[in-house]
Every structure is written in C-alpha cells, then in structure tokens.
Design a protein around this ligand. Structure first.
Ligand code: MG
Length: 278
C-alpha cells in the first residue's frame, strides 16, 4: 500500500493511493495515527484523483530527529574521502550514525532553501529511509522486519562546508528546508526484506546517482538490531540509510547545487521527489 499525506480543498488528509486515485482514511489527518493500525480495515472516504491534490511530505514534522547513516555505500565512501580525507576517511568496522533536525519536511515537489548566505557547497544525497512501526528495544536481526512500517525517499541535503568545518555533521545537514521527504510511504509488505530497490538521482536532468539499496554496507536488520541495543527506537522514528556515490562533492571538480537547479531523487516502487533549489 502507498500512503500519502496531502492537501485538498484547503484541508490535510492521509490516504492510500490506488491507480491514479487517493482514498482518504476517515478521521485521520496525520500519518503517525496510522502506525500500529490494521490498514486494510480502516474506513475510507470518497476517492479523489491524484492530479487534484497537492502532495505533502508523508511525515511533515517528525517527532524525533531523523537518524542517518554516514558512508553506508562503499563507492560513496571512496568519493567522500577523495573530497576531504580528514573529514571522511576512516577505517570503519562500525556504522556511522548521526542525526538531522527536520522542523518541517519539504514536500515532494517543494523547494530546497539554498542558504547561500552561509554555504557555497550545497549538495544532495538520495536515500532510502524507513519508518519504525513499534517501539524497538533489543531487537534481534531476524526479528527486524516486524519493526518496519514502511519506506520513503529522503534527500539528505548537506552544506559540505558547514559539515566539515564544524566536525559534527548536525548543523550542516539540519538547516531549514534541507529535507525533502516523499512522495509516499510504501508499506513494508510491498517489497522484499531487506529491500533491493534501484536508487537514482538527477540534477537538471543529468543522472548523478545510480545504484541499488542492496549495496548498503550495514543493512536494515543490522541498523535496527544495533541501534536498539540500549536505545529505544520509538514508533514513527525515521532512519535514513545513507547515500550511494554520485553526490556533488564526488566529482572533480565538484558539482555543487545552485539556485534554480532541479534535483530528482527516485527509488523503485516508491516513486520520485522533484525539488527546486531556491
Ligand atoms: Mg546522508
């Protein structure tokens, strides 16, 4: 099932998409209300054509910071180390975790704020993200699937100069308007586990990233199991699993984003988000 948050006639709804229509869940206006429910049994209102609604981010205001993985595809690790050895090169038997503040997620067709007054190294990162379905504590890898509500696309927009200057990546990844999420949540039952999905990004129509989520270094069972040892992952938590190679800093010379650029992040079965830099 594909789950959407959308605006129609000035009101916000949550619904399921089928063919080119959306069926609103009766009495539900926020995605979090769906987590833990038997979706098939929820009553729906009258369908509206998808073309008549404005899609919003499926989770507009995450309750918690988004948890992110750094350098979770081998080829991306190489390109990042080429760009800045001090910041990115390291021997890594363990996953890199960091977080990203998302006060308000950018809609699937919304604008990325460039913040060019404080950065001139603006970059994109197309990532598969998953949403936790129930509070997770001490979860074994083999049980991880039971804790996944579904999947979405995150563009982990990054100001590389802030990211490297401040050592911690938090500031350079958390500016307002830096996190497009969408276009939907694909429920976990709709794909294999762990997912093997083509993942791509384009800038102004040029293919930049082109990989498959099966090439993650640390996969979703590993992430859920490891993070839930001693730390409760609350239901609704969004975890972005890292980006493949082909980001702007990976090119020589780097191809950073400018005002007016259009970034498309696309993952098989989920869809695409199309965001313009302003
Ligand atoms: Mg990232």
């Amino acid at each position: 099932m594909k789950l959407y948050t959308y605006s129609y006639n000035g009101c916000t709804y949550v619904g399921k998409g089928e063919n080119k229509y959306i069926f609103p869940f009766t009495g539900i206006s926020e995605m979090y209300e769906l987590i833990g429910q038997e979706l098939d049994k929820l009553p729906c209102g009258e369908a509206v054509p998808m073309s008549d609604v404005e899609l919003l981010s499926p989770i507009i205001s995450p309750k918690n910071d988004v948890i992110c993985l750094g350098i979770n595809y081998v080829e991306h690790g190489k390109e990042a180390a080429r760009y800045n050895k001090e910041a990115f090169l390291r021997e890594r038997p363990h996953a890199i975790y960091f977080s990203k503040r998302v006060n308000c997620a950018v809609s699937p067709n919304g604008n990325i704020e460039g913040h060019f007054d404080i950065t001139n190294k603006l970059d994109y990162e197309c990532e598969l993200a998953f949403i936790i379905s129930k509070d997770a504590k001490n979860v074994k890898k083999e049980d991880a699937y039971d804790y996944v509500f579904g999947y979405t696309i995150v563009n982990d927009v990054s100001a590389r100069d802030l990211q490297t200057n401040h050592k911690q990546w938090y500031f350079g990844k958390s500016l307002d308007g830096f996190t497009p999420i969408g276009p939907c949540i694909l429920t976990a039952d709709e794909t294999e586990f762990p997912p093997k999905l083509d993942i791509k990004s384009y800038v102004n129509g040029e293919l930049r990233q082109n990989s498959n989520t099966e090439y993650m270094v640390f996969d979703i069972p590993h992430i859920i199991s490891e993070l839930s040892q001693g730390m409760t992952l609350k239901a609704g938590t969004i975890i972005a699993t890292g980006t493949p190679s082909g980001v702007g800093m990976g090119f020589d010379p780097p191809k950073f984003l400018n005002a007016g650029d259009e970034v498309i992040c696309e993952i098989e079965k989920i869809g695409r988000i199309v965001n313009k830099v302003i």
